[in-house]
Ligand binder design. Sequence first.
Ligand SMILES: [Zn+2]
Length: 120
Amino acid sequence: MDLDLSQEIFNLLALRWQGALDKQQYQDAIKVSIAAYMLFHALEDSLHQDIPLTWLSVIEKQKALGRRQGLPTQNLMCAFCLQSKPESELIAGADALICKSCVTNISNGLRSEHDGKPKS
Ligand SMILES: [Zn+2]
């Protein structure tokens, strides 16, 4: 199949996926992702076939966030520092949240551990 047409189909599916996700129609979004994966896999289009797999993980994250939207704000807390800061951006994992400052602290810690090897 020619590349432009393949790209066009991909764009249409991506649009459909995004639309379903925005409306929280997760079943539809999952179907679009799987259909897109199978289609591009069948077309042996390595450029596009793996992208729908990342769509599936985005859907899972959105679902987890959606479930939390109905919860009172005090339950929205960082699983690491246990702080609930409305001004701090919380990032959702599979079943826990982490705040931006913990992400920064952890990544700095990992980096210094990595760099902290004895130097001569
Ligand atoms: Zn935190």
